[in-house]
Design a binder for this molecule. Structure first.
Ligand code: NAD
Ligand code: UDP
Length: 311
């Protein structure tokens, strides 16, 4: 099996490359290094089954592969809002280029979609049939609407051209190799706690998220790609919901930090609650996340501590 991973030098992409290589795939990692890092894949560079392509998904490309995982897209609000038009192009033109390739070479193709397609949800927990509550002109729209349009393209290529798609809607996932300055809550809080800096709480901290550890998510990717029952969309995440304040308290306790929580205004369109309904994932993938938040945080804290020591 030869497999292309776009965004393969990023947080999730690099873990996916590791998993594919250990399962015996030949892996081509395509990345423009906007938020990806060579450090995430440095350990793979000498592997004869691993190839790195510096390329932007908005420009067409051609490779002979059996599977494609399309992960290329900045995922944190700071990065996807840095150049919102580029974010839309990455999602939409990236999807078109990957789907065109899948069509030409007859590859199965996975789209890394997101819980953001549900926007600030009015249904809780979110099932795949819920159509969402996205503000199309707000600051998160470049990402949310880009990802929604990518899903549209996936299903149109599937209906029109019989492209063999799989669509996973990923909920907040964390773990080693998150960028420490990308503004996502788990990495922000851990890095702030380790440095003894103020913990930046947006709003009162009563908004909730459900956090999935990266290893659980990668297992779900593989199960979604290898089963034949559904093309998706399937929610992928951990259903254990925590308030952001609870997360901050856990991180402070686990790092033994003297950092104080400091309150800042809540960014606009910040979803109030988010929790995946996993019925479809359980049914079709026979999958359930296994890593509890404390265990995942422990491994992530360890990663950031080692990184600090190496610097
Ligand atoms: P990340 O920012 O670490 O990885 C994204 C990767 O894509 C990076 O390596 C980046 O350099 C690359 N990239 C960005 N634009 C590109 C372009 N135009 N051409 C080529 N490469 C490009 O983020 P991540 O958390 O690993 O997310 C991976 C995918 O999963 C994204 O599509 C994201 O939307 C999706 N997702 C992630 C989460 C999460 O919680 N981590 C949740 C929902 C969806
Ligand atoms: N958040 C926070 N402090 C931070 C970073 C994020 O309070 O330093 C909040 C943010 O407002 C949101 C939640 O944590 O309510 C999750 O944010 P993240 O950017 O990680 O993910 P998303 O909002 O995309 O789910």
């Amino acid at each position: 099996m030869r497999t292309l991973v776009t965004g393969g030098a990023g947080f999730l992409g690099s873990h996916l490359c590791d998993r594919l290589l250990s399962d015996g795939h030949d892996v081509i990692c395509l990345d423009n290094f906007f938020t990806g890092r060579k450090d995430n894949i440095r350990h793979l560079l000498g592997n004869p089954d691993f190839e790195l392509m510096r390329h932007d998904v908005i420009d067409p490309f051609k490779v002979e592969v059996d599977w494609i995982f399309n992960l290329a897209c900045p995922a944190s609000p700071i990065h996807y809002q840095y150049n919102p038009i580029k974010t839309v192009k990455t999602s939409v033109m990236g999807a078109i280029n990957c789907l065109g390739l899948a069509k030409r070479v007859n590859a199965r193709i996975f789209q890394a979609s997101t819980s953001e397609v549900y926007g600030d949800p009015t249904e809780h927990p979110q099932t795949e049939t819920y159509r969402g509550n996205v503000n199309p002109i707000g600051p998160r729209a470049c990402y949310d609407e880009g990802k929604r349009c990518a899903e549209t393209l996936f299903f149109d290529y599937h209906r029109e051209n019989k492209v063999d798609i799989r669509v996973g809607r990923i909920f907040n996932t964390y773990g080693p190799r998150m960028l420490e300055d990308d503004g996502r809550v788990v990495s922000n809080f851990i890095v702030q706690a380790l440095r003894g800096e103020d913990i930046t709480m947006y709003g009162k901290g009563d908004q909730t998220r459900s956090f999935c550890y990266v290893d659980d998510l990668i297992e779900a990717f593989m199960r979604l790609m290898t089963q034949e029952e559904t093309v998706g969309p399937v929610n992928l995440g951990n259903p254990n919901e925590f308030t952001i304040l609870e997360l901050a308290e856990k991180v402070i306790a686990m790092t033994g930090s003297s950092a104080k929580i400091v309150y800042h205004p809540l960014p606009s369109d910040d979803p109030v609650r988010r929790q995946p309904d996993l019925a479809l994932a359980r049914k079709h993938l026979d999958w359930e996340p296994e890593v509890r938040l404390e265990a995942g945080l422990e491994r992530t804290i360890e990663y950031f501590m080692e990184k600090r020591q190496a610097e």
